[in-house]
Design a protein around this ligand. Structure first.
Ligand code: GLU
Length: 291
């Protein structure tokens, strides 16, 4: 099987140390398997976008020696396709309009109970939910092993179009993973909970389900996940070597100390040559034990 991996940043800001770790892990895993590594810009949420971030992210990837294959795909250019699929599923009763309020969602602890399934709401001013008939609540992750999620979460009807009219991440990510023939998804641990939903969507789309590997996150000193939302700073190109070295350490790859002063190309080729998923697994286990 041909390995096709991808990095799929949302352009809400420039890459920070946390996103560098994910980019590097997906790159190394793809290249260590002689695979392709694609970049897809997940720009479907304009209110959360930072002007100029798309360009900046691509420049950062280049400067850190993470060169992608094929052309970058922009989800903002594929909105019609997502909408057509949503319309088809609405027609086929595989999705429905949901008018539940935030207050109601809060009262059910955000675990959707299918309340609007048979209400035949009009799609106007409603969120659209996918009818999730999945029977599983477990999957095998390439890093975390067998993952079991609460049934209420795994089997709920989830949103594929938001009430504000924006296409939801779940449908865009799955349609594109299928369209691009992605065989391996390597991404942050924070997305692990959505994997079963995505498997259900991909099955409905008739696509091949990729393998999933979730990567342990980097945490800020206050214990919160590093993210653009909590002000993680952009990775600086003039510190590319030491940041790549630190990212490899975070991924448990045990890079030699002397590597941190080498040029970016040397570090990346060392990283690909020595890439070991098992070492990432060790880090994952350590984090889980410390949690
Ligand atoms: N666009 C998502 C993010 O930046 C990642 C999606 C994915 O890798 O599945 O968090």
């Amino acid at each position: 099987m041909t390995y096709i991996g991808r990095f799929a940043p949302s352009p809400s800001g420039p890459l920070h140390f946390g996103s560098l770790i994910t980019a590097l892990a997906s790159y190394c895993d793809a290249k260590a398997h002689n695979g392709l590594w694609l970049v897809r810009m997940e720009d479907i949420d304009p209110p959360r976008e930072m002007p100029g971030a798309k360009q900046l992210i691509l420049q950062q990837l280049e400067a850190f020696g993470l060169h992608w294959d094929r052309q970058v795909i922009y989800q903002s250019e594929r909105l019609d396709l997502y909408q057509q699929q949503i319309d088809t599923w609405l027609r086929e009763h595989l999705a429905y309009a949901c008018s539940c309020t935030r207050k109601r969602m809060k009262s059910i602890n955000h675990q959707y109970d299918g309340y609007c399934r048979d209400k035949h709401n009009s799609a106007d001013n409603c969120a659209i939910r996918f009818i999730n008939n999945t029977t599983i609540n477990q999957f095998n992750d390439q890093i975390y092993g067998l993952c079991e999620l609460p049934r209420l979460h795994a089997q709920q009807d989830f949103i594929i179009k938001r009430k504000d009219g924006l296409v939801a991440y779940q449908i865009a990510v799955c349609m594109d993973d299928v369209a691009q023939g992605i065989s391996h998804v390597v991404r942050g641990y924070d997305l692990l909970d959505t994997t079963i939903w995505q498997k259900a969507l991909i099955a409905q789309l008739g696509g091949n389900t990729p393998e999933y590997a979730h990567i342990p996150l980097a945490y800020a000193d206050d214990g919160r996940k590093l993210s653009k939302q909590n002000g993680a700073t952009a990775i600086e190109v003039n510190q590319a070597s030491s940041l790549l070295h630190a990212a490899l350490e975070h991924l448990g790859q045990q890079p030699p100390k002397a590597l941190s002063t080498e040029n970016v190309e040397t570090i990346i080729s060392w990283a690909v040559k020595h890439w070991q998923r098992e070492k990432v697994q060790n880090i994952a286990v350590k984090q889980l034990n410390n949690a």
